[in-house]
Design a protein around this ligand. Structure first.
Ligand SMILES: Nc1ncnc2c1ncn2[C@@H]1O[C@H](COP(=O)(O)OP(=O)(O)OP(=O)(O)O)[C@@H](O)[C@H]1O
Length: 888
């Protein structure tokens, strides 16, 4: 049982260029024998297109589900919502697909290749009744099959190509129970398979030249009539044999004429259309007798076909059993040889046939791994023309014999005539249907072409507009650029003024800040004073008013107390008078009465007076209380005013802090500018020091060279003097001088190198001093010196003239693992020691390109040189230092 797709790697669709196992080397051999260095398409694999037939009659659909892309399908078992298996192919055509769709997907590309001289195979495989014959050979006008369509296209291509001469032959055979029968000459029922340098072929098969579609259809119908078809339980018209239509297209182009005859370029394309008999389960078909024997033979040959496919798909397979059946022997080239192959897998969308469909789909999935190696069957031929002519002559002879036979069988002809007429009418219908289809396709093509032209025109206009816009934009950009340049220079000239203005503005700003700070402090101080004064004044006023009112209140209360005391006293007096009255009643009731009344009324008046003054005092107290309330309100108002002053103060503080921040920023900016300036000055100074160092070393070298020449001359002069003293001949004197000079030269070479070491060391020290090189970098210098010394240390060793040295800085090139020289310096032996600035150190970017090279001097007749590189390295974030030294 198959597992779902995730676990079933065999169902995966390999890409068309993917390697298939066991590529056919035989085809490659044939390429050499037949085609020479012909064009080929190495490694193309079998294209597999699945066609799903709709359910028929009693069949239950829903066994196959298709995806949107048209490349995958899933198979469901009965009553299962989970797919049993998933497959992927080059194309999956749904039940609604038309014959034209199948042709486009599987046949059209192969036919095009056949017209170009390739071998092509279209093969239909599937269970009995799955629709193979319907797909390939149907001549129903509404469902014309692949074979008539392929023939129609071939003849259409031929009529559209008058530059080439075409000949088309057609054969039609069937393999029935392992016997090959010619369906166009059914009496030939046991044809044999042979093999030549051009591949496998059926010996003695009738190859009928066809001149047009009519001929093709006619032969197809003859063959179909002769094909073994029978009623079975599974298909009313079940093909009991494998049928193969072969169309050979010979395309000739005349190249010229030679003494050996006419030279032609000949391309031979062969198209095989194979309608395999359907596999069937005897249990299901309930076939017996002959039908059962047929079924067994069919199944056997299909099993062999499966085994061959498996072997071709397996890279480790050693043997492909092509010879085990006539079918596989004949299809040998199509299954991995010199052919382009399309396999149409026919399956029925019926639950009843799920097992057979799964087997068929598995077969298709394996076939996708089979790789073919098609080559163009092309050659330049002298003989072929005459061969073909003789074949044509033979055919003519045979035709005349046949005509004679036909003449003698006129009766038979008459009987057949009616049948032929019907056939021709049907053929005409087929041709008409094909023409209609093609016309419709042409119209659709023209419509699409017109639409595309309109789109292209619109696009062109749009592009023109864009180009114009681009030009405008460019012009604008150029204007802007020139404006920008002018502005830039104006700005640069203004920069000086601006700097001054900035300084003045900074001074103003400092002044303003100071003033603002002073103002703020003063205001704060005033505000605090005012606040304090107001609150003191308020407190004092309030306290004074309160005190005053308190005093007034106390005075009033005192008066009230006095008045009450007076009242009490008066009441006591009245009491006392009443007592006196009562006492004096004895004396003069009348007199005392009057006096009492008078006293009473005066006391009453005084009491009223006192009560009036009390009321007055009370109103005064109420007035005072109102004043107190008013003063309290005033105090609240003053407090609110004091709060307002507080928020103003806060705002002023914020402004002040913003100003302080701005001032700090300006200070930072000024500091950065100062730093940049000082860095620039340092770099400038370093550069100057380096130039000085270079001049010093050059002067030193010049002095050294002068001394060296003087010594050399002296050595020569001494040698000359000694030779003269010895009375030597002029020649000997010359030789002595040369020898002395040569000896000195050897010495001076060593001395020079030693000296140059010193000079180099001095130079490095100078550079180090200038750049504060780390001590470890000097180790590289030492190792270079050691190498230099080892190469120049042997006295008298001849040296190459003008040695050169080269130093460079290796920098990694991205993540690629390779290196590049970021900057380099070189020295040339025989010159003076020098330090060459490789670039002027600048601030900012570009430091990676700057550096210094340092070289030792060369010697007179021999030369040696060494170079050192110094790279500041700031741009790439590396530490400065000497990176690479020397070579000689
Ligand atoms: N795509 C299709 N649409 C409609 N009918 C189809 C389709 N395919 C096949 N049929 C019908 O199914 C029946 C069987 O088809 P066909 O004879 O082509 O099957 P087969 O695979 O050639 O079978 P066998 O192997 O037994 O010859 C025919 O009646 C045919 O018209």
């Amino acid at each position: 049982m198959q597992t779902p797709r995730s676990g079933n790697a065999t169902n995966r669709r390999p890409s068309r260029g993917e390697d298939a196992p066991g590529s056919a080397s035989k085809a490659a051999r044939r390429t050499g024998s037949l085609n020479g260095p012909a064009e080929n398409t190495l490694g193309e694999r079998v294209k597999v297109v699945v066609r799903v037939r709709p359910p028929r009659g009693q069949e239950t659909g829903g066994a196959i589900g298709l995806d949107q892309n048209g490349t995958r399908l899933v198979v469901f078992r009965e009553n299962s919502v989970v797919p049993q298996s998933e497959f992927e192919y080059d194309q999956v055509l749904p039940p609604s697909a038309t014959q034209a769709d199948v042709y486009q997907a599987a046949v059209q590309p192969i036919v095009a290749d056949v017209m170009n001289g390739y071998n092509g195979t279209i093969m239909a495989f599937g269970q009995t009744g799955a629709g193979k014959t319907y797909t390939l050979s149907s001549i129903q006008p509404d469902a014309i099959g692949m074979m008539p369509r392929a023939g129609a296209e071939i003849f259409e291509e031929i009529s559209a190509d008058p530059g080439n001469e075409y000949t088309v032959f057609m054969s039609y055979i069937q393999i029935y129970m392992e016997l090959i029968q010619d369906l166009l000459r059914p009496e030939n029922e046991n044809l044999q398979i042979r093999e030549s340098e051009n591949g496998v072929f059926v010996a003695g098969v009738q190859e009928v030249e066809v001149k047009g579609m009519q001929d093709c259809l006619h032969l197809l119908q003859i063959g179909d009539r002769n094909r073994v078809v029978a009623f079975t339980n599974l298909n009313a018209h079940s093909s009991r044999s494998h049928a193969i239509v072969m169309l050979t297209v010979i395309k000739r182009r005349r190249l010229g004429a030679t003494s050996r005859g006419e030279v032609q370029k000949v391309k031979v394309g062969k198209l095989f259309i194979v309608d395999l008999a359907g596999s069937e389960r005897l249990k299901k078909s309930r076939s017996t007798g002959l039908r059962a024997t047929e079924a067994k033979s069919i199944n056997l040959s299909l099993t062999t076909l499966g085994m061959c496919i498996n072997a071709r798909a397996d890279p480790n397979s050693q043997h492909v059993p092509f010879r085990d059946s006539k079918l596989t022997r004949l299809l040998q080239e199509s299954l991995g040889g010199n052919a382009k192959t399309s396999l149409v897998i026919a399956v029925a969308n019926a639950i009843e046939h799920v097992d057979e469909s799964l087997q068929t789909l598995q077969f298709g999935a394996r076939a996708m791994c089979v790789k073919t190696q098609a080559v163009i069957n092309e050659r330049v031929d002298y003989k072929l023309v005459s061969d073909l002519t003789s074949r044509l002559d033979t055919r003519d002879e045979r035709t005349s014999v046949l005509e004679a036979t036909l003449m003698s069988k006129e009766e038979e002809l008459e009987n057949l005539h009616g049948m032929l007429k019907g056939e021709q009418a049907q053929n005409a219908q087929v041709i008409q249907a094909l023409q209609r289809e093609r016309q419709l396709a042409e119209e659709e093509k023209e419509r699409l072409l017109a639409q595309r032209n309109a789109e292209l025109e619109a696009e062109r206009l749009h592009k023109e507009q864009l180009a114009m816009q681009l030009q405008d934009t460019q012009a604008q950009a150029e204007d802007l650029l020139s404006m920008h340049e002018a502005e830039k220079s104006a700005l640069l000239s203004e920069l000086g003024y601006v700097k001054d203005a900035k300084q003045a503005a900074e001074r103003d700003k400092d002044e303003t800040i100071r003033k603002l700070e002073n103002d703020l402090t003063r205001m704060q101080h005033q505000h605090a004073l005012e606040q304090e004064r107001l609150s003191q004044q308020l407190t004092m006023e309030r306290e004074a008013a309160l005190h005053r009112k308190q005093l007034e209140l106390e005075a009033v209360q005192q008066k009230l107390r006095l008045a009450q005391e007076e009242g009490e006293r008066l009441q006591a007096e009245g009491q006392r008078l009443r007592v006196q009255y009562e006492e004096a009643s004895y004396q003069s009731e009348e007199r005392w009465k009057a006096r009492l009344q008078e006293s009473e009324s005066s006391a009453q008046r005084r009491l009223e007076q006192e009560q009036g003054s009390v009321a007055q005092l009370r109103s005064t107290v109420a007035g005072l209380e109102a004043d107190v309330r008013e003063l309290t309100g005033e105090r609240n108002r003053l407090e609110v005013a004091v709060d307002g002053l507080g928020s103003d103060k806060h705002q002023l503080q914020e402004v002040l802090s913003a100003l302080r921040r701005r001032a700090a920023e300006l200070e930072r900016h000024n500091a950065a500018m100062a730093r940049s300036r000082s860095e620039f000055e340092q770099a400038w100074t370093r550069n100057k020091r380096l130039n000085q160092a270079a001049r010093v070393i050059q002067a030193e070298y010049r002095r050294f060279r002068v001394r060296q020449l003087q010594r050399e001359n002296m050595a020569g002069a001494q040698a000359l003097w000694q030779a003269r003293q010895a009375g030597q001949s002029l020649e000997d004197q010359k030789a002595a001088v040369e020898a002395a000079r040569h000896a000195h030269l050897a010495w001076s070479g060593r001395a020079l190198v030693a000296n140059s070491m010193v000079l180099m060391q001095e130079g490095i020290e100078t550079i180090r001093a200038a750049f504060l090189l780390p001590q470890k970098d000097l180790k590289q210098v030492s190792s270079a010196q050691a190498k230099l010394a080892s190469l120049t240390g042997t006295p008298g060793t001849p040296r190459r003239q003008g040695s050169s040295a080269f130093g460079g800085i290796l920098t990694p090139r991205g993540d690629s693992g390779s290196w590049s020289i970021a900057s380099a310096g070189s020295a040339y032996g025989g010159g003076s020691p020098f330090i060459t600035p490789m670039g002027t150190p600048r601030l900012g970017s570009g430091l990676g390109k700057s550096g210094l090279s340092f070289a030792s001097p060369g010697v007179g007749s021999g030369g040696c040189a060494a170079a050192a590189m110094y790279e500041p390295g700031q741009s790439s974030g590396r530490k400065p230092g000497l990176r690479v030294l020397t070579c000689l």
